[in-house]
Design a protein around this ligand. Structure first.
Ligand code: ADP
Ligand code: GLC
Length: 487
């Protein structure tokens, strides 16, 4: 089974969030099960030299889209058993960072067309092209329209995974018409049109053969108006083709027993874990104490992650005997909020502004409690990483948080974290206080940490679910379809 996994980011090459973790770990897990999954992504300037050394250029060609005609280099490399293809065009991708440019529409329309052309040079015929989020949403659309009868894509099916329905790649109709060269008939409500604009995500949602998202709860939630981002009716219409498969984490890559960023390796020993807390406190200039509970946050600083609840309660939380470490970057008002909190409570709160893989690992290891009270959360990997590093998550019961964190129940002794249901600051505050009370009871805390350590957060189960979904999709091939012969 040949799968081409198209993504705008993948560990270890380029990462802004959880999509990169998934695109790094899932192909690896599938390859172990005998599938040939290859990953294609843009060649960003941010990709480290050490990885570029694995790549060689295998083709150079022109990509024409709309009236444009652009150079494309195709590079191939194998890292850790996975073959990656990089789409090289310096005009679009030789820039700092991955997204947020005024010409993102053009950059990712180019990327989508470049992937469509690149298969001619790969010596690899995908049975399925697996696309992820809006940046690759136009690939299923192109497969069914402009490339519908192209032998390079004969009999290829498409899967579109929603990692976050909020980011849709919405642009003016005129712009997308010009970029794709598609006619008026494709900018209607049944196709790419979305409330008077054009949506790249709809390219995936309307045209992909199968839709998936990254937890069962989120798959249900997005069919409702509250979570549906104005796409809930389309998602209800396609409910029969939509499945939720929860993400896992790469347990080799994130292993507190074997992590260069940590002071003391550990697995289940709370006292060894706490040596990492003291080391983190020392580095960040907090009073050093292994017993004081430390709450960690590692996150994009955006509304999604529940920062309004955190903002509303932060002074009350910091009245407790507690420390807070925040690692993140994002919206200015949240950056300012935490800078202000750290200024007002220098003995208790530190904010590390920016993106740092090393610091993220140190916060997962150094924290006792991990706060993630998201407004919505398709899956969330941070709470899984926290559990892997024996930091107890506090979450709101939504999406993947609901599916992976079970609230501690003092009567049965079950549960790996703390949770609350309504998006409400008082409920969050009450839950934090309850977690702190449990922390102060050594036996209870040991039990909760132990419960977390028993969970399986690997890709084992979910890789099988993807495999079954792929197999089901290919089983639906029509009788008269034949596999093309690649010479
Ligand atoms: P999302 O993809 O919505 O941002 P996830 O929880 O799925 O949320 O994944 C976030 C990933 O990004 C995790 O691997 C987390 O450790 C990482 N991350 C988030 N913010 C930072 C940061 N400031 N520095 C380093 N890693 C970060
Ligand atoms: C998105 C979601 C996050 C999910 C990640 C990987 O960024 O916000 O919940 O874990 O994608 O699927």
């Amino acid at each position: 089974m040949n799968i081409l996994f198209a993504t705008s980011e993948a560990v270890p090459l380029a990462k802004t969030g959880g999509l990169a973790d998934v695109a790094g770990a899932l192909p690896k897990a599938l390859n172990k099960r005998g599938v040939d999954v290859r990953v294609v992504l843009p060649k960003y300037e941010d990709i480290a030299e050490q990885y570029l050394a694995y790549f060689e250029t295998i083709a150079e060609f022109q990509v024409s889209f709309g009236w444009r005609n652009q150079y494309c280099g195709l590079q191939r490399g194998t890292i850790d058993g996975v073959t990656y293809y990089l789409i090289d065009n310096e005009l679009y991708f030789k820039r700092r960072g991955l997204y947020g440019y005024g010409d993102d529409a053009e950059r990712f329309v180019f990327f989508s067309f470049a992937v469509m052309e690149a298969v001619r040079y790969m010596d690899f015929h995908p049975n399925i092209v697996h696309c992820n989020d809006w940046q690759t949403g136009l690939i299923p659309f192109l497969l069914r329209t402009r490339y519908a009868f192209d032998p390079a894509w004969a009999y290829t099916k498409s899967v579109f995974t929603i990692h976050n329905l909020k980011y849709q790649g919405i642009f003016g109709i005129d712009l997308l018409k010009e970029l794709t060269g598609a006619g008026d008939d494709l900018f209607v409500a049944e196709s790419l049109e979305f409330y008077g604009a054009a949506s790249c995500m709809k390219g995936g949602l309307v045209y992909a053969d199968k839709l998936t998202t990254v937890s069962e709860s989120y798959a249900q939630e997005i069919q409702t108006p509250y979570y549906g981002e104005n796409l809930d009716s389309l998602l209800r219409y396609r409910a029969g083709d939509l499945v939720g498969i929860v993400n896992g984490i790469d347990e080799d890559l994130y292993d507190p027993m074997n992590d260069m960023a940590l002071h003391t390796p550990y697995r289940n020993s709370i006292s060894r874990k706490r040596k990492n807390k003291v080391d983190l406190q020392a580095e960040l200039g907090l009073p050093q104490s292994s017993s004081i509970p430390l709450i960690g946050i590692v996150s994009r600083l955006v509304e999604q992650k529940g920062f309004d609840l955190i903002a509303a309660t932060i002074d009350e939380v910091l009245e407790e005997d507690v420390q807070l470490v925040v690692l993140g970057a994002g919206e200015t008002h949240y950056e300012q909020l935490f800078a202000d909190v750290a200024r007002r409570h220098p003995e208790k709160a530190v904010v590390w502004h920016g993106y740092s893989e090393r610091m993220a690992r140190r916060v997962y290891a150094g924290s006792d409690i991990f706060a993630m009270p998201s407004k919505f959360e398709p899956c969330g990997l941070s709470q899984l990483l926290a559990l892997r590093y024996r930091s107890v998550p506090i979450v709101r019961e939504t999406g993947g948080l609901k599916d992976t964190v079970q609230a501690y129940n003092e009567y049965t002794g079950e549960g790996n974290g703390f949770s609350f249901s309504n998006y409400n600051a008082h409920d969050y505050l009450y839950t934090v206080k309850r977690a702190l009370a449990c922390y102060n009871d050594e036996e209870t805390w040991k039990k909760i940490v132990e419960n977390g350590s028993r969970g399986d957060y690997s890709w084992d189960v979910s890789a099988k679910a993807y495999l079954n979904m792929y197999a089901q999709l290919l089983a639906h091939r029509k009788e008269n379809e034949r596999w093309p012969v690649i010479s």
